[in-house]
Design a protein around this ligand. Sequence first.
Ligand code: GMT
Length: 388
Amino acid sequence: MSNLRERSETMKRLKIGVICYPSLGGSGVVATELALKMAEKGHEIHFITSSLPFRYSQPNDRIHFHEVKIDGYAVFKYPPYDIALANRIGQVIEEEQLDLLHVHYAVPHAVSAVLAKDMVQSDIGIITTLHGTDVTILGHDPALRNTVKYGIDKSDITTAVSESLRKETMELIEPAKEIVTVYNFIDETTYHPVDSTAIREEFQLPENDKVIVHISNFRSVKRIPDLIRAFAKIRKTVPAKLLLVGEGPEMPRIRRLADSLGVTDHVIFTGKRDDLPAILSASDVMVLPSEKEAFGLVLLEGFACGVPAVGTTAGGIPEVIEDGVNGYLVPVGSPEAIAEKTVAILQDMDLQRRMSENALRTVCEKFGSSHIVSQYEELYGRLLREGQ
Ligand code: GMT
């Protein structure tokens, strides 16, 4: 086992253990994209996850995958995944001589990493990135709050994906150390305006119809019924189609509401899609009506394709949408405000074009990948130098 001083001398090529949710979700996307960017910079990445991260499409010799497996022993009502994860992290720390662990989500991942470190008696540094619901929902649950705090306090460095999440975590969890804000970023090589002819044909989008897009995991925090109600109002003034991209538990309710408001023929349920840049490039405006949203990665995906957004003032959204510049901010729970601001963009071509240009500029100036990846790399360096 190498000590911190020895590791800092081999700073050039770090061996980084990455723990994240590999399935669909913003945190999995950010964790994987960051790891891929670190590999491009010459570092060695070791994913320790239950399955292959979904954006891990092109393996290379600097990227390794260590699967966490757990058998369904009859003695357990709930298979102890967190413990199996800790066990696997411990093995990989030793076998691969990892330099640091970057953990995404406080619970259970940070806690499993801390347990692993203790199990193999390593002094490896842990950096934990908070993504949102690990604090804004789990942090309110008395059954989990102390565990969230433990995971954060035992991490050497904790980051939050927005200033809003950082502040909320400081207030709610009262951690022992400061938390650092590092914004999410977008991979500009994947997200940029592309030809959308095939999408317009596939969804039979009439030439004169405007296109409103919403992309999410369709959980209740996204408040999609507000968007459906707003869309019914928008349709009274502007011919438009609504693209709902993704899947999730709220879908049956949303379909019923669209039916009852008589807009089903104008709502296109696309399901999960891999061709988001093409879908976004066919869209005129994105709507994100969430009541909780630590950051709203999807806004960046839209901005990078030149799509302005109407979003609520929840969480970190105002750190991404600059009101009147790259979109509009509206209060949570107001279909009227969503409709009014969306129509304002859709009816004024000049405004839409200006906001679209500003959206592209926002991505370059504030959320570009090289800038944000460097911030994480600096934190990795700090972790190795100071162990904190
Ligand atoms: O809420 C989601 O849609 C998924 C969730 C996740 O687990 O990935 O997203 C959270 O992390 C994203 C990446 O940092 C953020 O962009 C989302 O705002 C955040 N979601 C919430 O805070 C509700």
